[in-house]
Design a binder for this molecule. Structure first.
Ligand code: HEM
Length: 525
Protein backbone atom coordinates (compact mmCIF):
# COMPACT_ATOMS: atom_id res chain seq x y z
CA UNK A 1 0.00 0.00 0.00
CA UNK A 2 2.81 2.37 1.09
CA UNK A 3 4.86 1.40 -2.01
CA UNK A 4 1.91 2.11 -4.30
CA UNK A 5 1.44 5.56 -2.67
CA UNK A 6 5.14 6.31 -3.11
CA UNK A 7 5.02 5.27 -6.78
CA UNK A 8 1.96 7.36 -7.53
CA UNK A 9 3.62 10.39 -5.82
CA UNK A 10 6.77 9.98 -7.88
CA UNK A 11 4.74 10.30 -11.08
CA UNK A 12 3.93 13.88 -9.99
CA UNK A 13 7.60 14.74 -9.27
CA UNK A 14 9.64 16.23 -12.16
CA UNK A 15 12.24 13.94 -13.70
CA UNK A 16 15.92 14.71 -13.25
CA UNK A 17 16.13 15.44 -17.01
CA UNK A 18 13.42 18.05 -16.94
CA UNK A 19 14.91 19.67 -13.82
CA UNK A 20 18.24 19.92 -15.61
CA UNK A 21 16.63 21.32 -18.79
CA UNK A 22 14.70 23.92 -16.80
CA UNK A 23 17.80 24.95 -14.89
CA UNK A 24 19.88 25.26 -18.08
CA UNK A 25 17.19 27.23 -19.88
CA UNK A 26 16.76 29.52 -16.88
CA UNK A 27 20.51 29.89 -16.77
CA UNK A 28 20.62 30.75 -20.51
CA UNK A 29 17.74 33.20 -20.18
CA UNK A 30 19.44 34.85 -17.20
CA UNK A 31 22.77 35.12 -19.05
CA UNK A 32 21.05 36.51 -22.18
CA UNK A 33 19.08 39.03 -20.14
CA UNK A 34 22.21 40.07 -18.25
CA UNK A 35 24.09 40.55 -21.52
CA UNK A 36 21.17 42.44 -23.07
CA UNK A 37 20.86 44.66 -20.02
CA UNK A 38 24.63 45.17 -19.94
CA UNK A 39 24.56 46.14 -23.64
CA UNK A 40 21.73 48.61 -23.07
CA UNK A 41 23.48 50.12 -20.03
CA UNK A 42 26.77 50.34 -21.98
CA UNK A 43 25.18 52.03 -25.02
CA UNK A 44 23.12 54.43 -22.90
CA UNK A 45 25.75 55.37 -20.30
CA UNK A 46 29.28 54.35 -21.24
CA UNK A 47 29.68 54.12 -25.06
CA UNK A 48 31.56 57.03 -26.68
CA UNK A 49 28.26 58.42 -28.05
CA UNK A 50 26.26 57.75 -24.88
CA UNK A 51 24.22 60.75 -23.90
CA UNK A 52 23.91 62.16 -27.43
CA UNK A 53 20.15 62.62 -27.83
CA UNK A 54 18.14 60.65 -30.34
CA UNK A 55 15.53 57.92 -30.59
CA UNK A 56 15.98 55.23 -27.90
CA UNK A 57 16.13 52.35 -30.39
CA UNK A 58 18.71 54.16 -32.51
CA UNK A 59 21.16 54.02 -29.60
CA UNK A 60 20.89 50.21 -29.54
CA UNK A 61 21.26 49.16 -33.17
CA UNK A 62 20.76 49.89 -36.87
CA UNK A 63 17.06 49.02 -36.65
CA UNK A 64 15.91 52.63 -36.45
CA UNK A 65 17.81 53.58 -39.62
CA UNK A 66 16.52 50.48 -41.42
CA UNK A 67 12.92 51.26 -40.47
CA UNK A 68 13.37 54.87 -41.71
CA UNK A 69 14.87 53.59 -44.97
CA UNK A 70 11.94 51.21 -45.45
CA UNK A 71 9.37 53.90 -44.60
CA UNK A 72 11.14 56.50 -46.71
CA UNK A 73 10.85 59.29 -44.14
CA UNK A 74 14.43 59.71 -42.88
CA UNK A 75 14.73 63.35 -44.03
CA UNK A 76 11.52 64.45 -42.30
CA UNK A 77 12.44 62.57 -39.10
CA UNK A 78 15.89 64.20 -39.07
CA UNK A 79 14.39 67.68 -39.44
CA UNK A 80 12.08 66.93 -36.50
CA UNK A 81 14.80 65.40 -34.34
CA UNK A 82 17.29 68.24 -34.88
CA UNK A 83 14.58 70.78 -34.04
CA UNK A 84 13.99 68.82 -30.84
CA UNK A 85 17.56 67.95 -29.85
CA UNK A 86 19.90 70.48 -31.48
CA UNK A 87 23.10 70.00 -33.52
CA UNK A 88 23.75 66.28 -32.89
CA UNK A 89 21.37 63.36 -33.14
CA UNK A 90 22.43 59.76 -32.51
CA UNK A 91 20.97 57.66 -35.33
CA UNK A 92 22.81 54.40 -34.54
CA UNK A 93 25.13 53.23 -31.76
CA UNK A 94 28.19 54.56 -33.62
CA UNK A 95 26.58 57.05 -35.99
CA UNK A 96 25.54 60.70 -35.72
CA UNK A 97 23.51 63.08 -37.82
CA UNK A 98 25.22 66.47 -37.69
CA UNK A 99 23.49 69.86 -38.07
CA UNK A 100 26.32 71.91 -36.56
CA UNK A 101 27.65 74.26 -39.28
CA UNK A 102 31.33 74.02 -38.29
CA UNK A 103 30.89 70.27 -38.18
CA UNK A 104 29.41 70.26 -41.68
CA UNK A 105 32.36 72.32 -42.95
CA UNK A 106 34.79 69.92 -41.25
CA UNK A 107 33.12 66.82 -42.74
CA UNK A 108 32.50 68.02 -46.29
CA UNK A 109 34.85 71.01 -46.72
CA UNK A 110 37.90 71.15 -48.99
CA UNK A 111 40.72 68.83 -47.91
CA UNK A 112 38.41 66.84 -45.64
CA UNK A 113 39.79 63.59 -44.23
CA UNK A 114 36.28 62.24 -43.65
CA UNK A 115 35.86 59.61 -46.35
CA UNK A 116 32.76 57.78 -47.55
CA UNK A 117 31.61 55.14 -45.05
CA UNK A 118 30.77 51.47 -45.65
CA UNK A 119 27.23 52.51 -46.53
CA UNK A 120 28.54 53.10 -50.08
CA UNK A 121 30.12 49.63 -50.34
CA UNK A 122 26.84 48.01 -51.32
CA UNK A 123 26.37 50.45 -54.19
CA UNK A 124 29.88 49.75 -55.36
CA UNK A 125 29.69 45.96 -55.08
CA UNK A 126 32.48 44.48 -57.20
CA UNK A 127 32.71 47.44 -59.56
CA UNK A 128 36.28 48.55 -60.11
CA UNK A 129 35.51 51.99 -61.55
CA UNK A 130 32.85 53.93 -59.67
CA UNK A 131 33.68 57.47 -58.55
CA UNK A 132 30.27 57.87 -56.84
CA UNK A 133 30.63 54.94 -54.46
CA UNK A 134 34.43 54.71 -54.20
CA UNK A 135 35.53 54.84 -50.55
CA UNK A 136 39.29 55.00 -51.05
CA UNK A 137 40.19 58.70 -51.46
CA UNK A 138 43.29 57.98 -53.59
CA UNK A 139 41.44 55.70 -56.00
CA UNK A 140 38.60 58.24 -56.16
CA UNK A 141 40.96 61.15 -56.89
CA UNK A 142 42.70 59.19 -59.66
CA UNK A 143 39.40 58.12 -61.27
CA UNK A 144 37.94 61.60 -61.04
CA UNK A 145 41.00 63.11 -62.71
CA UNK A 146 40.62 60.69 -65.63
CA UNK A 147 36.96 61.38 -66.42
CA UNK A 148 35.98 64.80 -65.07
CA UNK A 149 36.70 66.83 -68.21
CA UNK A 150 33.41 66.07 -70.03
CA UNK A 151 31.50 67.54 -67.07
CA UNK A 152 33.38 70.85 -66.97
CA UNK A 153 31.70 74.21 -67.53
CA UNK A 154 33.51 74.70 -70.88
CA UNK A 155 31.89 71.63 -72.43
CA UNK A 156 28.34 72.72 -71.70
CA UNK A 157 28.15 74.66 -74.97
CA UNK A 158 28.77 71.40 -76.86
CA UNK A 159 25.94 69.69 -74.99
CA UNK A 160 23.42 72.52 -75.22
CA UNK A 161 21.98 71.58 -78.63
CA UNK A 162 21.17 68.08 -77.32
CA UNK A 163 19.28 69.56 -74.41
CA UNK A 164 17.51 71.96 -76.78
CA UNK A 165 16.25 69.23 -79.06
CA UNK A 166 14.94 67.20 -76.09
CA UNK A 167 13.19 70.23 -74.56
CA UNK A 168 11.69 70.98 -77.95
CA UNK A 169 10.38 67.41 -78.11
CA UNK A 170 9.00 67.70 -74.56
CA UNK A 171 7.11 70.91 -75.43
CA UNK A 172 5.64 69.27 -78.52
CA UNK A 173 4.52 66.23 -76.52
CA UNK A 174 2.91 68.55 -73.94
CA UNK A 175 1.03 70.35 -76.72
CA UNK A 176 -0.35 67.01 -77.89
CA UNK A 177 -1.43 66.07 -74.35
CA UNK A 178 -2.96 69.41 -73.41
CA UNK A 179 -6.61 68.38 -73.61
CA UNK A 180 -6.39 66.19 -70.53
CA UNK A 181 -4.90 66.40 -67.04
CA UNK A 182 -1.19 65.74 -67.19
CA UNK A 183 0.97 63.95 -64.67
CA UNK A 184 3.76 66.46 -65.13
CA UNK A 185 5.90 64.70 -62.51
CA UNK A 186 5.92 61.57 -64.63
CA UNK A 187 6.68 63.57 -67.79
CA UNK A 188 9.64 65.25 -66.13
CA UNK A 189 10.95 61.80 -65.35
CA UNK A 190 10.55 60.65 -68.95
CA UNK A 191 12.22 63.89 -70.09
CA UNK A 192 15.11 63.52 -67.62
CA UNK A 193 15.91 60.01 -68.87
CA UNK A 194 15.60 61.04 -72.51
CA UNK A 195 17.84 64.08 -72.06
CA UNK A 196 20.56 62.06 -70.30
CA UNK A 197 20.38 59.58 -73.19
CA UNK A 198 20.70 62.43 -75.67
CA UNK A 199 23.66 64.19 -74.06
CA UNK A 200 25.48 60.94 -73.26
CA UNK A 201 24.82 58.85 -76.38
CA UNK A 202 23.16 61.34 -78.80
CA UNK A 203 20.20 59.06 -78.47
CA UNK A 204 17.02 59.71 -76.57
CA UNK A 205 15.76 56.56 -74.91
CA UNK A 206 12.39 57.24 -76.56
CA UNK A 207 10.50 57.26 -73.24
CA UNK A 208 8.62 60.46 -74.12
CA UNK A 209 7.46 58.80 -77.36
CA UNK A 210 6.15 55.63 -75.74
CA UNK A 211 5.08 57.47 -72.56
CA UNK A 212 6.73 54.91 -70.37
CA UNK A 213 10.21 53.69 -69.68
CA UNK A 214 11.68 50.30 -70.47
CA UNK A 215 12.25 49.37 -66.83
CA UNK A 216 15.22 51.73 -66.35
CA UNK A 217 13.22 53.85 -63.97
CA UNK A 218 12.24 50.87 -61.83
CA UNK A 219 15.80 49.68 -62.03
CA UNK A 220 17.22 52.94 -60.58
CA UNK A 221 14.53 53.08 -57.91
CA UNK A 222 14.80 49.45 -56.81
CA UNK A 223 18.59 49.81 -56.69
CA UNK A 224 18.27 52.76 -54.33
CA UNK A 225 15.37 51.39 -52.29
CA UNK A 226 17.45 48.31 -51.61
CA UNK A 227 20.77 50.14 -51.09
CA UNK A 228 19.25 52.67 -48.70
CA UNK A 229 18.60 50.00 -46.02
CA UNK A 230 21.31 47.48 -46.96
CA UNK A 231 23.95 50.19 -46.65
CA UNK A 232 23.33 50.17 -42.90
CA UNK A 233 24.06 46.44 -42.72
CA UNK A 234 26.59 45.81 -45.50
CA UNK A 235 27.32 42.33 -44.10
CA UNK A 236 23.84 41.27 -45.29
CA UNK A 237 24.78 42.36 -48.81
CA UNK A 238 28.13 40.54 -48.76
CA UNK A 239 26.62 37.35 -47.28
CA UNK A 240 23.98 37.43 -50.01
CA UNK A 241 26.73 38.04 -52.55
CA UNK A 242 28.57 34.93 -51.33
CA UNK A 243 25.42 32.79 -51.40
CA UNK A 244 24.05 34.17 -54.70
CA UNK A 245 25.32 31.28 -56.86
CA UNK A 246 23.24 28.89 -54.72
CA UNK A 247 20.16 30.95 -53.77
CA UNK A 248 19.87 33.35 -56.74
CA UNK A 249 19.47 37.12 -56.57
CA UNK A 250 17.15 38.52 -53.92
CA UNK A 251 18.39 42.10 -53.76
CA UNK A 252 17.38 45.07 -55.95
CA UNK A 253 20.72 46.78 -55.44
CA UNK A 254 22.38 44.41 -57.89
CA UNK A 255 20.38 46.16 -60.65
CA UNK A 256 23.08 48.81 -60.54
CA UNK A 257 25.40 46.33 -62.14
CA UNK A 258 22.57 44.85 -64.19
CA UNK A 259 20.24 46.43 -66.74
CA UNK A 260 21.68 49.95 -66.72
CA UNK A 261 25.16 48.57 -67.25
CA UNK A 262 23.82 46.45 -70.11
CA UNK A 263 22.27 49.50 -71.73
CA UNK A 264 25.50 51.48 -71.40
CA UNK A 265 27.50 48.52 -72.71
CA UNK A 266 25.26 48.20 -75.77
CA UNK A 267 25.52 51.91 -76.58
CA UNK A 268 29.31 51.88 -76.21
CA UNK A 269 29.68 48.81 -78.42
CA UNK A 270 27.38 50.22 -81.10
CA UNK A 271 29.28 53.50 -81.07
CA UNK A 272 32.59 51.69 -81.48
CA UNK A 273 31.32 49.98 -84.61
CA UNK A 274 29.51 52.95 -86.16
CA UNK A 275 31.57 55.91 -84.97
CA UNK A 276 29.99 59.36 -84.87
CA UNK A 277 30.42 62.98 -85.80
CA UNK A 278 28.67 64.02 -82.57
CA UNK A 279 30.32 65.78 -79.68
CA UNK A 280 28.34 64.12 -76.90
CA UNK A 281 29.66 62.86 -73.56
CA UNK A 282 30.42 59.39 -74.90
CA UNK A 283 32.56 60.89 -77.64
CA UNK A 284 34.35 62.99 -75.00
CA UNK A 285 35.07 59.81 -73.00
CA UNK A 286 36.43 58.13 -76.14
CA UNK A 287 38.70 61.13 -76.68
CA UNK A 288 40.05 60.67 -73.14
CA UNK A 289 40.48 56.99 -73.90
CA UNK A 290 42.53 57.75 -77.03
CA UNK A 291 44.79 59.98 -74.89
CA UNK A 292 45.27 57.38 -72.11
CA UNK A 293 44.14 54.02 -73.46
CA UNK A 294 45.61 51.99 -70.59
CA UNK A 295 43.88 54.08 -67.92
CA UNK A 296 40.54 55.08 -69.42
CA UNK A 297 39.49 51.50 -70.07
CA UNK A 298 36.23 50.31 -71.63
CA UNK A 299 35.07 49.43 -68.11
CA UNK A 300 35.61 53.05 -67.07
CA UNK A 301 33.70 54.42 -70.07
CA UNK A 302 30.76 52.04 -69.61
CA UNK A 303 30.70 52.67 -65.89
CA UNK A 304 30.60 56.46 -66.31
CA UNK A 305 27.91 56.27 -68.99
CA UNK A 306 25.77 54.15 -66.64
CA UNK A 307 26.53 56.52 -63.75
CA UNK A 308 25.12 59.42 -65.78
CA UNK A 309 21.82 57.59 -66.03
CA UNK A 310 21.66 56.53 -62.36
CA UNK A 311 22.91 59.78 -60.86
CA UNK A 312 21.58 62.27 -63.38
CA UNK A 313 18.05 61.29 -64.37
CA UNK A 314 15.88 60.92 -61.26
CA UNK A 315 17.76 63.75 -59.50
CA UNK A 316 16.97 66.19 -62.30
CA UNK A 317 13.32 65.09 -62.51
CA UNK A 318 12.91 65.52 -58.73
CA UNK A 319 14.41 69.01 -58.88
CA UNK A 320 12.22 70.10 -61.80
CA UNK A 321 9.14 68.85 -59.93
CA UNK A 322 10.16 70.81 -56.86
CA UNK A 323 10.72 74.07 -58.77
CA UNK A 324 7.45 73.89 -60.72
CA UNK A 325 5.35 72.66 -57.78
CA UNK A 326 6.57 75.40 -55.44
CA UNK A 327 6.02 78.07 -58.08
CA UNK A 328 2.46 76.84 -58.63
CA UNK A 329 1.85 76.84 -54.88
CA UNK A 330 3.23 80.39 -54.61
CA UNK A 331 1.53 82.45 -57.36
CA UNK A 332 3.25 85.69 -56.23
CA UNK A 333 6.66 84.18 -57.09
CA UNK A 334 5.38 82.72 -60.35
CA UNK A 335 4.07 86.20 -61.27
CA UNK A 336 7.53 87.71 -60.61
CA UNK A 337 9.15 85.05 -62.76
CA UNK A 338 6.63 85.60 -65.55
CA UNK A 339 7.30 89.34 -65.44
CA UNK A 340 11.03 88.72 -65.78
CA UNK A 341 10.44 86.40 -68.72
CA UNK A 342 7.97 88.77 -70.41
CA UNK A 343 10.40 91.64 -70.17
CA UNK A 344 13.23 89.55 -71.58
CA UNK A 345 10.95 88.48 -74.41
CA UNK A 346 9.96 92.06 -75.21
CA UNK A 347 13.64 92.96 -75.31
CA UNK A 348 14.42 89.98 -77.58
CA UNK A 349 16.53 88.33 -74.90
CA UNK A 350 14.52 85.11 -74.78
CA UNK A 351 14.97 82.44 -77.45
CA UNK A 352 12.94 79.32 -77.73
CA UNK A 353 14.23 77.14 -76.12
CA UNK A 354 15.84 79.69 -73.84
CA UNK A 355 19.62 79.60 -74.19
CA UNK A 356 22.00 79.06 -71.28
CA UNK A 357 23.48 82.50 -71.79
CA UNK A 358 20.05 84.17 -71.67
CA UNK A 359 19.07 82.15 -68.59
CA UNK A 360 22.24 83.30 -66.81
CA UNK A 361 21.01 86.89 -67.18
CA UNK A 362 17.64 86.20 -65.54
CA UNK A 363 18.32 86.68 -61.82
CA UNK A 364 14.88 85.72 -60.55
CA UNK A 365 14.93 82.53 -62.64
CA UNK A 366 18.31 81.61 -61.15
CA UNK A 367 17.00 82.37 -57.65
CA UNK A 368 13.90 80.25 -58.26
CA UNK A 369 15.97 77.27 -59.35
CA UNK A 370 18.31 77.52 -56.37
CA UNK A 371 15.31 77.81 -54.07
CA UNK A 372 13.60 74.76 -55.58
CA UNK A 373 16.84 72.80 -55.11
CA UNK A 374 17.23 74.09 -51.55
CA UNK A 375 13.74 73.32 -50.31
CA UNK A 376 13.63 69.82 -51.81
CA UNK A 377 17.15 68.37 -52.22
CA UNK A 378 16.95 65.36 -54.55
CA UNK A 379 19.22 63.36 -52.27
CA UNK A 380 17.79 62.92 -48.77
CA UNK A 381 20.30 60.46 -47.31
CA UNK A 382 22.85 61.25 -44.62
CA UNK A 383 25.91 61.25 -46.93
CA UNK A 384 27.73 59.23 -44.25
CA UNK A 385 31.47 59.67 -43.68
CA UNK A 386 34.00 57.80 -41.48
CA UNK A 387 35.67 59.82 -38.70
CA UNK A 388 39.44 59.82 -39.45
CA UNK A 389 42.34 58.80 -37.18
CA UNK A 390 42.49 60.87 -34.02
CA UNK A 391 38.75 61.39 -33.90
CA UNK A 392 37.14 64.82 -34.03
CA UNK A 393 35.17 67.27 -31.94
CA UNK A 394 31.82 68.47 -33.24
CA UNK A 395 29.47 70.67 -31.22
CA UNK A 396 31.74 70.18 -28.17
CA UNK A 397 31.44 66.44 -28.38
CA UNK A 398 34.39 64.12 -28.97
CA UNK A 399 33.71 61.49 -31.63
CA UNK A 400 36.25 58.67 -31.89
CA UNK A 401 37.87 57.49 -35.12
CA UNK A 402 35.91 54.87 -37.03
CA UNK A 403 32.53 56.25 -35.97
CA UNK A 404 30.26 57.57 -38.72
CA UNK A 405 29.01 61.13 -39.11
CA UNK A 406 26.79 62.57 -41.79
CA UNK A 407 24.58 65.50 -42.66
CA UNK A 408 21.28 65.54 -44.49
CA UNK A 409 20.77 68.35 -47.00
CA UNK A 410 17.12 68.59 -45.89
CA UNK A 411 18.33 69.62 -42.42
CA UNK A 412 21.26 71.86 -43.37
CA UNK A 413 19.38 73.66 -46.17
CA UNK A 414 16.78 74.70 -43.57
CA UNK A 415 19.24 76.19 -41.10
CA UNK A 416 17.71 79.53 -40.09
CA UNK A 417 21.03 81.21 -39.20
CA UNK A 418 22.21 80.70 -42.79
CA UNK A 419 19.00 80.81 -44.82
CA UNK A 420 16.89 83.15 -42.70
CA UNK A 421 13.99 82.85 -40.26
CA UNK A 422 11.69 81.69 -43.07
CA UNK A 423 14.05 78.89 -44.14
CA UNK A 424 11.18 76.39 -44.11
CA UNK A 425 9.33 78.40 -46.80
CA UNK A 426 9.85 78.66 -50.55
CA UNK A 427 11.10 82.18 -51.12
CA UNK A 428 13.42 82.80 -54.11
CA UNK A 429 14.01 86.41 -52.98
CA UNK A 430 16.42 85.16 -50.30
CA UNK A 431 18.94 84.42 -53.09
CA UNK A 432 18.72 88.03 -54.30
CA UNK A 433 18.46 89.95 -51.03
CA UNK A 434 20.31 87.56 -48.69
CA UNK A 435 23.96 86.63 -48.28
CA UNK A 436 24.29 84.41 -51.34
CA UNK A 437 27.93 83.46 -50.75
CA UNK A 438 27.16 82.30 -47.20
CA UNK A 439 24.10 80.35 -48.37
CA UNK A 440 26.07 78.68 -51.13
CA UNK A 441 28.78 77.67 -48.64
CA UNK A 442 26.27 75.51 -46.77
CA UNK A 443 24.06 74.52 -49.68
CA UNK A 444 24.30 70.75 -49.51
CA UNK A 445 22.01 69.76 -52.39
CA UNK A 446 24.97 68.75 -54.61
CA UNK A 447 27.13 67.38 -51.77
CA UNK A 448 30.44 68.90 -50.72
CA UNK A 449 33.97 69.72 -51.91
CA UNK A 450 35.93 66.76 -53.23
CA UNK A 451 32.79 64.59 -53.50
CA UNK A 452 30.67 67.32 -55.07
CA UNK A 453 28.33 66.18 -57.85
CA UNK A 454 30.04 65.79 -61.25
CA UNK A 455 26.83 66.65 -63.08
CA UNK A 456 25.97 69.90 -61.29
CA UNK A 457 26.65 72.09 -64.32
CA UNK A 458 24.75 69.79 -66.65
CA UNK A 459 21.78 69.62 -64.29
CA UNK A 460 21.74 73.42 -63.97
CA UNK A 461 21.86 73.81 -67.72
CA UNK A 462 18.89 71.46 -68.19
CA UNK A 463 16.81 73.19 -65.52
CA UNK A 464 17.63 76.80 -66.37
CA UNK A 465 16.60 76.12 -69.96
CA UNK A 466 13.58 73.92 -69.28
CA UNK A 467 11.81 76.05 -66.64
CA UNK A 468 11.56 79.35 -68.61
CA UNK A 469 10.84 77.55 -71.87
CA UNK A 470 8.02 75.60 -70.23
CA UNK A 471 6.43 78.73 -68.71
CA UNK A 472 6.91 80.59 -71.95
CA UNK A 473 4.75 78.04 -73.73
CA UNK A 474 2.12 77.22 -71.15
CA UNK A 475 -0.17 78.55 -68.49
CA UNK A 476 -0.02 75.90 -65.82
CA UNK A 477 -2.30 75.15 -62.86
CA UNK A 478 -2.38 72.34 -60.32
CA UNK A 479 -5.55 70.28 -60.75
CA UNK A 480 -5.90 70.07 -56.97
CA UNK A 481 -3.94 72.86 -55.23
CA UNK A 482 -5.06 71.60 -51.79
CA UNK A 483 -3.42 68.21 -52.26
CA UNK A 484 0.30 68.22 -51.37
CA UNK A 485 2.72 66.00 -53.26
CA UNK A 486 3.59 62.71 -51.61
CA UNK A 487 7.29 61.96 -51.15
CA UNK A 488 9.36 58.90 -50.36
CA UNK A 489 13.03 58.91 -49.44
CA UNK A 490 14.99 56.03 -50.91
CA UNK A 491 18.19 58.12 -50.79
CA UNK A 492 16.49 60.04 -53.64
CA UNK A 493 13.40 61.82 -52.31
CA UNK A 494 10.88 61.06 -55.03
CA UNK A 495 7.58 62.93 -55.25
CA UNK A 496 4.26 61.85 -56.72
CA UNK A 497 1.09 63.74 -57.57
CA UNK A 498 2.24 66.73 -59.65
CA UNK A 499 -0.87 66.68 -61.84
CA UNK A 500 -1.63 69.84 -63.85
CA UNK A 501 -3.80 71.43 -66.51
CA UNK A 502 -1.97 73.18 -69.33
CA UNK A 503 -3.12 75.98 -71.61
CA UNK A 504 -1.04 77.19 -74.57
CA UNK A 505 0.39 80.71 -74.15
CA UNK A 506 1.53 81.48 -77.65
CA UNK A 507 2.32 79.78 -80.89
CA UNK A 508 5.81 78.83 -81.91
CA UNK A 509 7.81 82.00 -81.95
CA UNK A 510 10.17 83.57 -84.42
CA UNK A 511 13.05 82.93 -82.05
CA UNK A 512 12.31 79.22 -82.19
CA UNK A 513 12.73 79.25 -85.95
CA UNK A 514 15.92 81.27 -85.54
CA UNK A 515 17.44 78.97 -82.92
CA UNK A 516 19.09 76.13 -84.83
CA UNK A 517 19.47 73.85 -81.78
CA UNK A 518 15.81 74.02 -80.88
CA UNK A 519 14.47 73.62 -84.36
CA UNK A 520 16.34 70.41 -84.95
CA UNK A 521 15.02 67.33 -83.23
CA UNK A 522 17.53 64.55 -83.22
CA UNK A 523 17.32 60.95 -82.24
CA UNK A 524 20.17 58.91 -83.55
CA UNK A 525 23.74 59.07 -84.60
C1 HEM B 1 19.67 68.29 -59.80
C2 HEM B 1 20.35 67.21 -60.12
C3 HEM B 1 21.40 66.55 -59.26
C4 HEM B 1 21.54 66.55 -57.90
C5 HEM B 1 20.67 67.25 -56.86
C6 HEM B 1 22.72 65.75 -57.59
C7 HEM B 1 23.21 65.54 -56.31
C8 HEM B 1 24.40 64.87 -56.03
C9 HEM B 1 24.96 64.71 -54.68
C10 HEM B 1 24.34 65.22 -53.39
C11 HEM B 1 26.11 64.01 -54.81
C12 HEM B 1 27.04 63.60 -53.67
C13 HEM B 1 26.56 62.28 -53.09
C14 HEM B 1 27.37 61.79 -51.92
O1 HEM B 1 28.18 62.52 -51.35
O2 HEM B 1 27.14 60.64 -51.57
C15 HEM B 1 26.29 63.72 -56.22
C16 HEM B 1 27.35 63.03 -56.74
C17 HEM B 1 27.48 62.70 -58.07
N1 HEM B 1 26.64 63.08 -59.10
FE1 HEM B 1 25.00 64.25 -58.93
N2 HEM B 1 23.24 65.28 -58.76
C18 HEM B 1 22.48 65.75 -59.81
C19 HEM B 1 22.67 65.53 -61.16
C20 HEM B 1 23.71 64.79 -61.69
C21 HEM B 1 23.94 64.59 -63.09
C22 HEM B 1 23.09 65.21 -64.21
C23 HEM B 1 25.03 63.76 -63.20
C24 HEM B 1 25.71 63.23 -64.45
C25 HEM B 1 25.46 63.60 -65.68
C26 HEM B 1 25.50 63.47 -61.86
C27 HEM B 1 26.60 62.69 -61.53
C28 HEM B 1 27.14 62.55 -60.27
C29 HEM B 1 28.35 61.79 -59.98
C30 HEM B 1 29.21 61.03 -61.00
C31 HEM B 1 28.58 61.90 -58.58
C32 HEM B 1 29.74 61.29 -57.77
C33 HEM B 1 30.77 62.38 -57.50
C34 HEM B 1 31.89 61.93 -56.58
O3 HEM B 1 31.67 61.20 -55.61
O4 HEM B 1 33.03 62.35 -56.85
N3 HEM B 1 24.67 64.12 -60.96
N4 HEM B 1 25.23 64.26 -56.92
Amino acid sequence: MATTALLSMSSFLPSLDSVATTLVSHYLVTISLTFALGYVVYQRFFAPLAGVPGPFWASLGKGWLIVRAKKGDLHRELIRLHELHGPLVRVAPKELSVADLDGVKMIYGAGSQFHKSDWYSVLKGHRTFDPFAEQDPHVHAAQKKLVIRPYAMETLKDLEPYVDSTIYHFINRMREKMTSQIDLGKWFQLFAFDVIGEITFSKRFGFMDTEHDDGSLKSVESTLASASWLGHVPWVFWTHDFLKPYIGNWLGVTNRTGSLMQRALKEVEERKIRGTDRNDILEKFFRLQREKPDQVTDVAVISMAAANITAGSDTTAISLRSIIYHLLQNPQHLATLREELEQAKREHRLSDPVTMEEADRLPFLQATILEGLRIHPAIGGLLPRRVPHGGCVIANRYIPAGHVVGACAWVINRNTSVFGHDAADFNPHRWIKGNKAEMQRYFLTFGGASRMCFGKNIAFMEMTKMVPTFFRHFDVALTDPQRPLTEKNFFFVIQEGLVVNLQPRDEKSEEQQANGGAGKESNGY
